[in-house]
Design a protein around this ligand. Structure first.
Ligand SMILES: Cc1cc2nc3c(=O)[nH]c(=O)nc-3n(C[C@H](O)[C@H](O)[C@H](O)COP(=O)(O)O)c2cc1C
Length: 234
């Protein structure tokens, strides 16, 4: 399958989250394409709340040139992987900035229906605390982007790098990774959105098609309706 990988630092061989991502990619990429982006280098623009994406067009975003290659890669991928080291109990600021740029893609605005055919993995690692919150920070966007299935892998590294992880840490991580690979493969054959995503997509679709929300967003859903279908039941 094609995979888009988003990382938040260049620690590569030292990085715990990147180490897990490499395991997932090794098992799932097969003859697909890997698109790799590192933040903030690949998305250095910070949202300045110009509101262009909400009120006019996402094309008018001053950071659009950075966003476009990432969006194209995600559109062409079946799996999105986010490496999320925990910084100050939450996700890194560079990832928050990236997710903010895609707020217009939330179902409350203009959801991309191709997300209903994708899965995502959020790999969080902290020295000891904050993985749950950091995962939720990213999961909120996955759900409101309407990604069909989102899986989480949380790792307490206790200050170790990937290269010097004790054997029993590595064994536990291998088990978590294997379970996630199994779930991704099992769902990939007949991928259906989870209940939360089905409800969110259907609810906002209902409101937009009845012109109950912002006109620019309602028009988008009405135009899209010609080609798109609502998510199916599991
Ligand atoms: C700026 C910064 C802030 C951090 N804040 C936390 C934190 O709040 N809680 C924690 O347990 N670890 C914290 N850490 C440690 C990292 O989350 C931890 O080393 C993690 O395993 C790094 O992931 P990586 O190896 O994929 O980069 C912080 C590290 C940095 C650089």
């Amino acid at each position: 399958m094609n995979i888009t990988l988003v990382t938040c630092n260049r620690r590569k061989s030292k990085s715990v989250t990147y180490g897990v991502a490499r395991q997932l990619i090794g098992a799932l990429l097969e003859d697909g394409t890997l698109y790799e982006f590192c933040l903030p280098q690949d998305m250095p623009h910070v949202c300045t709340a110009c509101y262009a994406c909400f009120t006019d067009s996402e094309e008018k975003c001053p950071g659009r040139k950075y966003l476009e290659p990432i969006l194209a890669a995600m559109e062409n991928s079946q799996l999105l992987i986010f490496c999320v080291p925990v910084y100050a109990f939450h996700l890194p600021g560079q990832l928050k900035t990236f997710l903010e740029h895609l707020s217009y893609r939330w179902a409350v605005h203009r959801a991309d229906p191709t997300m209903l055919q994708k899965q995502a993995v959020i790999i969080t690692s902290a020295a000891g605390a904050g993985m749950r919150r950091a995962e939720q920070d990213v999961r909120d966007s996955m759900n409101y982007w309407c990604v069909a299935r989102t899986w989480g892998i949380q790792i307490a590294s206790w200050g170790h790098d990937w290269a010097d992880l004790p054997k029993h840490f590595q064994r536990k991580i291998d088990e978590k990774t294997k379970r996630t690979i199994h779930k991704i493969k099992a769902h990939q054959t007949h991928l259906t959105p989870c209940l939360k995503v089905r409800v969110l997509y259907s609810f906002y679709r209902f409101l937009h098609l009845r012109r109950k929300m912002v006109p620019i967003d309602d028009e988008y859903w009405i135009r899209m309706e010609a080609g798109a279908t609502a998510p199916t039941e599991t």
